[in-house]
Design a protein around this ligand. Structure first.
Ligand code: MN
Length: 567
């Protein structure tokens, strides 16, 4: 089976003569005696994470943070010691990864998953924290078989629904694909086995076919003075093949890009020339030419795609791109370390849905900021995630994410859960510690509100709440409370009594009311034939007492009808 091209992974120097080597020594000592579930010494894990970060061309601080990322959480070495030995930057990154580890995902509808992804960015505050976490997750997924089944499922689900999409958003297509592929057998074991059986033979025969026509393609390009930097084959990943099959009646013969040609050329012009040459060789299938160079995908993916009617009546997909596009497609924002961004004239006016707007923001920001050669300090500064600076993301103990304005308090949080939770809130815990109700929340905080029945909001809350939702509901609750307070003294009940009229009947009824110690606020009477309709207002809202009174009045034989209402 052909493999997808991966970056070379230079080894991490492990001798103590460099800062990275010293970090390795330090981590090895801290984790001494610890074993992974697989039985290997624990240090193999942070070492693998650091190697991945190096392969992504990340900076020294990130690689060191990769080596040290589990030291604070798993060995009890205080963060201050990391800070003293390796500096503020490394300590900040390690702390960020520790904070991300607090966020756990057990599956939810898509909007909640999206909020959780945003929260990851907000909590990390520096994209390098996300990169370290992604490298950590990649190695954990590669070694997932050693864990107990329940844990495998949870981690695979979290990877599939949170981390792989984050990699996609960052344009790290290779990582996105590998994470989905690693999760697939754990999430859908039966479907995975079925597909593996189906695809393996197909892969082999299609690859053999492409290899056969490769010299023809190569020769034709050269004849037109296009010197391809590389022509290789891209096998569709199992997870993405499965998704595609779902839309094609599970018929693998309808999947034209199971194995595709990937042609790397030198310039953008060469991409279009190569496309023309391919189309002269074999006619394209209608509707299958995709120009992601002029119109990149929302995550920044750029390439030309076409499917042609190839020899022996078989369909063949070609993907054509420059080396720079290729590197960016595979490694996304991380690739900005390697290539300086070219100015792209006439960027396509893409329809950006609300859902992907923040991703677009991320891309634009990366394009605007990430020019490593220019000024390394400025470049690192630009890794700070500041596009969520007006929002914070906090999480309930159940794992629901709430997106609030910066400086929100537990009271704001409570009103966002439910107005009743807000109204009856008496205390709050943040990350398991009690805090005052006007405490300012931060991204990543786990917030819990303690409620008490019949508790009402305090007017003081209006002084510190940040959201209009909370403010409006507090005001509404205060208004209702005041009304009730007034009501206990002044609200009234109106009796409606229909009686056969006779002299003195009103006086008799008034007598009964007086005996029961009610104050009469007003009386209205209406004559209707032989009947008298009385409306008597009493200064009370006590239903029980009113009902007792009604029973007494009913004993008068003239009473035809009696009822009451609060006014
Ligand atoms: Mn780890």
């Amino acid at each position: 089976m052909p493999t997808n091209g991966e970056l070379k992974t230079p080894a991490i120097e492990t001798s103590g003569s460099t800062l990275i080597g010293r970090a390795y020594e330090f981590a090895k000592k801290a984790h001494a005696g610890q074993k992974r579930k697989s039985g290997e010494p624990y240090i193999t894990h942070p070492l693998a994470v650091a190697e991945t970060l190096r392969a992504w061309h990340l900076d020294e601080a990130s690689i060191i943070a990769g080596l040290l990322h589990d030291v604070v959480e798993d060995t009890g070495v205080p963060l201050q010691e990391i800070q003293k030995k390796f500096g503020d930057e490394v300590a900040f990154l390690v702390d960020g990864v520790t904070k991300l580890n607090r966020i756990k995902y057990h599956g939810a509808e898509e909007t909640k998953a999206e909020n959780l992804r945003k929260m990851m960015f907000a909590v990390s505050r520096d994209l390098r924290v996300i990169f370290v976490k992604l490298a950590d997750r990649l190695h954990n997924m590669r070694t997932l078989s050693a864990l107990p089944p329940a844990k495998q499922k949870r981690i695979a689900l979290e990877t599939d629904e949170i981390y792989a999409p984050i990699a996609y958003r960052l344009g790290m297509q290779n990582l996105n694909g590998e994470l989905h592929d690693l999760a697939f057998p754990y999430l859908n074991p039966d479907k995975y086995l079925w597909l593996k059986g189906l695809a393996e033979a197909q892969y082999e025969s299609r690859l053999a076919y492409l290899k056969k026509i490769k010299p023809l393609v190569e020769g034709e390009l050269r004849a037109h003075h296009i010197e391809p930097a590389a022509i290789d084959f891209r096998a569709k990943r199992m997870s993405s093949l499965y998704k595609k099959l779902l839309g094609h009646e599970m018929d693998i013969d309808k999947i034209y890009d199971l194995v595709a040609f990937r042609i790397i050329v030198k310039t953008v012009e060469d991409c279009y020339t190569a496309l023309g040459i391919i189309h002269q060789l074999w006619p394209p299938l209608p509707g299958r030419i995709k120009d992601y160079v002029a119109m990149p995908k929302p995550n920044g993916y750029r390439s030309l795609h076409t499917t042609v009617f190839g020899p022996e009546g078989k369909n063949v997909e070609f993907q054509i791109r420059t080396q720079e596009m290729h590197e960016e497609n595979e490694n996304g924002i991380a690739a900005h370390w390697v290539y300086e961004q070219k100015k792209e004239g006439g960027a396509s006016a893409q329809k950006i849905t609300e859902e992907i707007r923040w991703v677009q923001q991320l891309r634009n920001w990366a394009h605007a900021h990430l020019t490593p050669e220019a000024n390394p300090e400025q470049f690192l500064e630009s890794m700070k995630v500041d596009f969520f600076k007006d929002r914070i993301f906090v999480i309930s103990p159940k794992g629901d994410v709430f997106d609030l304005p910066a400086e929100s308090t537990p009271v704001d949080f409570a009103y966002h859960i439910h107005s009743e939770v807000g109204d009856s809130g008496v205390a709050a815990k943040v990350n398991n510690q009690f805090v005052p109700l006007d405490h300012r929340l931060h991204s990543g905080d786990i917030v819990e509100v303690i409620t008490q029945k019949n508790k009402k909001p305090s007017e003081d809350w209006l002084k510190f709440v940040k959201t209009s939702v909370a403010r409006d509901r507090i005001r509404a609750a205060l208004r209702a409370k005041n009304k009730r307070l007034r009501g206990e003294k002044t609200s009234k009940t109106e009796l409606k009594i229909v009686v056969e009229n006779r002299p003195g009947i009103l006086k008799d009824i008034q007598g009964i009311i007086a005996q029961s110690h009610f104050n009469i606020a007003g009386i209205n009477t209406d004559q209707s034939g032989r009947l008298l309709i009385m409306r008597i207002q009493l200064e009370t809202s006590d239903k029980q007492k009113v009902e007792k009174l009604i029973l007494k009045i009913k004993k008068l034989k003239e009473v035809k009808e009696i009822g009451y209402r609060l006014v």
